[in-house]
Design a binder for this molecule. Structure first.
Ligand SMILES: [Zn+2]
Ligand SMILES: [Zn+2]
Length: 572
C-alpha cells in the first residue's frame, strides 16, 4: 500500500496475524509528537507491533453498542437497561447513580506495586470499580431508553451511535434525523427507510450513497434527485425510472401501480441490483477533501486509510468519526468532536487532547491507559474517574508525586513490553460476540476462544407473547396487518430468532405503506453493513483510463470502477 505523501521507513510483521505492514516517516513523526515528557525526559512511543487491522480489532472489542439487557443496578437495586448483562463480573450502577457526586472512584485507588505486571494490577482495579450502565446523555434524552453511545434523542428506540434525533428506530450512525427507520450512517434526514450513507434527504427508501434527494425509492449514488425510482448516478434529476426520463404523468402512473407488497419490494430489490450491476461505480465516496485516502470521507484534509470520517485533518487509521473538528489522531474508532493528538482509542468523544490507549472516555487531557474516565486530566491507568486529576490506579497524588511516579512506571512497562500496547483483549468487559469487533471481524465461538478472546453465552429471556408467527406467514401488505400483531412475535426468516413489533414501528409502516419486516432487527443491521464495501483499500486501476487508484472495490470484484475524473465525465 502506498501512502501518497508518506515515505515507508520500515516493513513489519504483525505479531498477531503475521501480515506485513508499513511504518512511514509521517507515522514516526506522529509517535514522536504524542510521546509524553516528564521532568524533561521524553518517553518515546515506539511503532506498533500489530498491523492496522489487528489494532482495530483489539480496540473494537471494547465497544458493545447495541446489545442491551435488563438487569439490576448494583447500588439501588432498580431494574435497569445496560450494555453489561446481568451475569457480567462488573459491578454496574445506573447512570444517574454513577454520575452523582457521592460516587467517587478514587476511593478504589491503590498503590502501585513495582514488582508486578501493570496489566495485572490494572485488571484487579477494573474488577472492583463500578461502571455506568450505558453511555448516553441520559439527562437530555426524552423517552429514548433503548439507545447507547447516544445523546439528545427524543422518542427513539434501538438507535446507536446517534445524536440529536427524533422518532427514529433501529438505526446506527444517525445524526440530526427525524423519523428515520432501519438506516445506517444517515445524517440530517427525514422519513428514510432502509437507507445507507445518506445525507440531507427526505422521504427516501431503500437508497444508498445519496445526498439532497427526496421522495424517491431505490437510488444509488444520486445527488439532488426528486421523484425518482430505481436510479443510479443521477444528478438533479426528476421523474426518472431506472435512469430513464418520464413525464410527471408517466411517473405517477407507475407509482400508482406499485402496491408495496412484501414480494413486490423484494422483486424490485433484485431488479435494481441487476440494473445497477454493470453501471460504473465511483472508486470511493469522497467529497470536498484535500488529500483523502479511504472511503466515505467528507470535508477532510490529509486523512489516510480512514473510513466514515468528517471534518477532520491529519488523521490515519480512524473510523466512524462523525463529529468534527478533529486533528492529529491515529487509530481512533468512533465519534470525535474536538479531538487532538489521540492514539489507540476506542470510543472517544468530546474535547480530548494528548491521549494514548483509552476506551469509553470523554473530556480527558494528558491521560493514558484509562477506561470510563470523564472530564479529567493527567490520569494514568484509571477506571471510572470523573472530574479529577493526577491519579494513578485511581489513587490521587500531587502534581509533583505524579510526575515522579509515572516515569518509574513507564520504565517498568518498557521492561515488561507493556509500553504502548493497547489493552489486552482480556480486559474488555464484553464478550467478543457482543461487540462491534464481531461486526467488522466476524468470528465463530471456537475462533474467538482460539484467539484468547472471550465469548458471552448469556441469552436474555424472551418476553411472553400470545403467539410466534413464522415470517413467511405474515400478510403481504401492511393494510392486512391487524393491531393484534403487537401481541405476537415474528420468527425471523433468516435466523429463526423471534422479534416483536412496537406500536411506533407499526405506525411508521402504516404511514408509509411499508410491509412489516420479516428479519430480526440485529440481522437487518448486519445485512445493511454487508451492503457496504469492506473498510479496506485495494490497489487497482480505473477501468476506463487505467490510472492506478486505491479503492474499497477489490480488483477481483465484478463491478466497473472509475476514478473520480472518469466517473464525473461519465455520470454528470
Ligand atoms: Zn495483524
Ligand atoms: Zn479514470
Amino acid at each position: 500500500m502506498s501512502f501518497k505523501n508518506e515515505k515507508i521507513v520500515e516493513e513489519k510483521k504483525c505479531r498477531d496475524c503475521s501480515a506485513i505492514f508499513h511504518v512511514t516517516d509521517k507515522d514516526l513523526e506522529f509517535y514522536d509528537k504524542i510521546s509524553p515528557t516528564y521532568n524533561g525526559t521524553k518517553f518515546s512511543v515506539p511503532a506498533p507491533t500489530m498491523c492496522p487491522k489487528c489494532r482495530q480489532q483489539y480496540r473494537l472489542i471494547h465497544q458493545n453498542m447495541s446489545n442491551l439487557y435488563w438487569r439490576t443496578c448494583d447500588l439501588s437495586g432498580d431494574r435497569i437497561l445496560s450494555c453489561f448483562h446481568p451475569e457480567s463480573s462488573r459491578e454496574v450502577y445506573k447512570q444517574e447513580n454513577w454520575w452523582w457526586d457521592e460516587f467517587d472512584a478514587t476511593k478504589y485507588g491503590r498503590d502501585y506495586d513495582p514488582s508486578r505486571w501493570f496489566f495485572e494490577q490494572f485488571n484487579e482495579l477494573l474488577q472492583t470499580v463500578p461502571v455506568p450502565s450505558m453511555f448516553t446523555n441520559f439527562t437530555e434524552d426524552v423517552n429514548s431508553d433503548f439507545t447507547n453511545y447516544a445523546g439528545f434523542d427524543k422518542n427513539c428506540y434501538f438507535i446507536f451511535h446517534a445524536d440529536m434525533n427524533e422518532d427514529c428506530c433501529f438505526a446506527t450512525g444517525l445524526k440530526k434525523c427525524k423519523r428515520c427507520f432501519d438506516s445506517l450512517n444517515v445524517f440530517e434526514c427525514e422519513n428514510t427507510y432502509e437507507c445507507i450513507n445518506v445525507k440531507k434527504s427526505y422521504d427516501l427508501k431503500y437508497s444508498q450513497d445519496c445526498q439532497n434527494c427526496s421522495e424517491s425509492w431505490f437510488l444509488r449514488d444520486c445527488f439532488g434527485c426528486k421523484n425518482c425510482f430505481g436510479c443510479i448516478g443521477l444528478q438533479n434529476a426528476q421523474y426518472h425510472i431506472f435512469n430513464e426520463e418520464k413525464t410527471k404523468e408517466e411517473y405517477e402512473k407507475f407509482m400508482e401501480k406499485f402496491s408495496w407488497d412484501f414480494s413486490q419490494i423484494e422483486n424490485m430489490k433484485n431488479k435494481f441490483e441487476t440494473f445497477t450491476a454493470d453501471k460504473p461505480r465511483k472508486f470511493a465516496q469522497v467529497l470536498q477533501n484535500e488529500n483523502a485516502m479511504g472511503d466515505h470521507i467528507f470535508d477532510c484534509r490529509d486523512v489516510v486509510s480512514c473510513f466514515d470520517i468528517q471534518e477532520s485533518r491529519d488523521m490515519k487509521y480512524c473510523e466512524r468519526i462523525y463529529n468534527g473538528p478533529n486533528e492529529d489522531c491515529m487509530d481512533v474508532d468512533q465519534y470525535g468532536l474536538r479531538l487532538k493528538r489521540a492514539y489507540l482509542w476506542s470510543a472517544l468523544w468530546d474535547d480530548a487532547e494528548q491521549i494514548i490507549s483509552c476506551a469509553s472516555c470523554y473530556g480527558i487531557v494528558n491521560t493514558y491507559y484509562s477506561m470510563f474516565t470523564f472530564y479529567s486530566q493527567d490520569c494514568f491507568w484509571c477506571v471510572g474517574i470523573k472530574n479529577s486529576d493526577y491519579c494513578i490506579l485511581n489513587k490521587k497524588y500531587t502534581k509533583e508525586e505524579y510526575e515522579k511516579l509515572v516515569p518509574k512506571i513507564i520504565e517498568k512497562m518498557k521492561e515488561d513490553s507493556e509500553w504502548w500496547e493497547f489493552f489486552p483483549a482480556s480486559l474488555s468487559p464484553f464478550g467478543y460476540n457482543e461487540t462491534i469487533a464481531n461486526e467488522y471481524y466476524t468470528l465463530n465461538k471456537s475462533e474467538v476462544l482460539e484467539k484468547w478472546f472471550t465469548w458471552s453465552d448469556y441469552q436474555p429471556p424472551f418476553p411472553k407473547v400470545d403467539k410466534i408467527i413464522p415470517a413467511d406467514k405474515l400478510p403481504e401488505n401492511i393494510s392486512d396487518i391487524p393491531d393484534d400483531i403487537l401481541n405476537w412475535a415474528i420468527e425471523c426468516k433468516d435466523t429463526k430468532k423471534p422479534f416483536r413489533i412496537t406500536k411506533q414501528e407499526l405506525d411508521f409502516y402504516r404511514r408509509y405503506k411499508l410491509p412489516v419486516p420479516r428479519i430480526h432487527p440485529d440481522k437487518r443491521h448486519l445485512d445493511r453493513m454487508a451492503m457496504r464495501n469492506p473498510r479496506e483499500l485495494f490497489e487497482r486501476t480505473c477501468d476506463k483510463c487505467k490510472k492506478d487508484i486505491q479503492s474499497t472495490y477489490s480488483p477481483k470484484r465484478s463491478e466497473t470502477v472509475y476514478c473520480e475524473e472518469c466517473y464525473n465525465k461519465e455520470v454528470y
